[in-house]
Design a protein around this ligand. Sequence first.
Ligand SMILES: Cc1ncc(COP(=O)(O)O)c(C=O)c1O
Length: 346
Amino acid sequence: MTDLRSDTITQPSAAMRKAMAEAETGDDVLREDPTVRKLEEQAAALTGKEAALFTPSGTFANQLALFTWCPKGGEVYLSEYSHIVQHETGASAHISGAFLRCFVPSNGHWAEWDDIAPRIRTVKDVHFPRPALICLENALSDGTVQPIASLASIKVKAEKAGLPVHLDGARMFNAACYLKTEAAAMAQQADSLMFCLSKGLGAPVGSLLCGTRDFIGEARYKRKIMGGGMRQAGILAAAGLIALREELPRLGEDHQKARELAAAFEGFDAVFDVINPVPDINMVFLRLRRGGKKREQLFLKLLADADVRAYPPEGGVFRFVTHRDLSKAQLIGVLKILPRIAEALK
Ligand SMILES: Cc1ncc(COP(=O)(O)O)c(C=O)c1O
């Protein structure tokens, strides 16, 4: 089975399993787990932040950031398309009580200051929520990457407006790889950020929230409130350390696979409308030129018959994700079945 649903479906590598089995552990709520501490130190060093905190998931880390930055009802400025808005089950309503004030990015992808600024309350008024936070995302859920200069411009202006910036960097190392920059250069444009170990980096579990020592100290307390104080979590952190050492340097290979896949779909442009013919990261997005529910179902069935798994489309858009467990042979296999599938969809 070739699985193109997500980069979250990868299995822990042999090196991860070995490291997990041999991990030195302790009670991390008491801060006695040396492996978690090591992972947090490495995450802080990689992102150029003072401190980091291990969390069970990316959603957890994002929501913890909101919970830590925002008083109840505090207003958060973020894109309508962001993961926090679209795919985190409305968690801020349950956890932080932060009020999400959305905008549609005028460039169709990422936020620019001109999208954010008109939303920010500049006067105190009994009717208004209080401005609390700006949230950005890189790489974006649509597979594009926001340039550093654009992030930097927002950071400077946010600072002037007295607002902190949180970066959802679930795939920030993919973004850094695309931008050919250090992750810290991107992290510098945010006051807090989170990245995931369990996506392109292939670890089974975990994300890291990074920021100043004070911010992370407060987040540690709020993590406990959320039930995220983990005990011998070094078992999980051990896989994360392998992910940072062995998987991070190879993310570019996944991007190359996505480019090959996109180019192959492009070869049948009478059938497929490829939205990103040259993907920035490890995701290919496309629509069927002749759409409709029935044809979308047929496409999924043709893929399934050829042992290829894909998620159903969202709003007519299919997403295919490359990852470490997609072998060269499997990719070639997908490229080989495309002519037949395209013919059937004509
Ligand atoms: C941009 C972005 N942010 C946050 C998350 C949440 O991560 P998790 O699935 O670990 O909760 C995801 C997951 O795909 C994501 O793509």
